[in-house]
Design a protein around this ligand. Structure first.
Ligand SMILES: [Zn+2]
Length: 99
């Protein structure tokens, strides 16, 4: 028995939303996806390069680096927006300790 189109559409939308949630969860678990899992870089000049080299976790489009935030002496957050789907993403980096 085939489902009526409207119900089917609702199911598709639900599946699409779940996929987005799953991908976002996955992106958070990746290195740099959370402040507890920052990407180690040798200098802050590497951050924009690494940030731009990271594709959007949802559509694999390229991300725009909006700003860099210093969270503490070593921790940096790169605030990015996807040029294709518009999702915002943060990547976390840690700098070497300065002596
Ligand atoms: Zn995207």
């Amino acid at each position: 028995l085939k489902k009526p189109p409207r119900a089917q559409r609702r199911l598709d939308e639900r599946a699409a939303r779940k996929l987005v949630r799953d991908r976002q969860k996955l992106a958070l678990a990746e290195p740099g996806g959370a402040p507890e899992r920052p990407i180690e870089v040798i200098s802050s000049s590497v951050i924009p390069v690494r940030a731009r080299a990271t594709p959007c976790p949802l559509c694999a489009g390229s991300l725009n680096l909006d700003e860099e935030i210093a969270l503490d002496a070593r921790l940096r957050a790169a605030v990015m927006t996807c040029r294709r789907c518009g999702v915002s993403r943060r990547l976390y980096f840690t700098l070497p300790t300065t002596n």
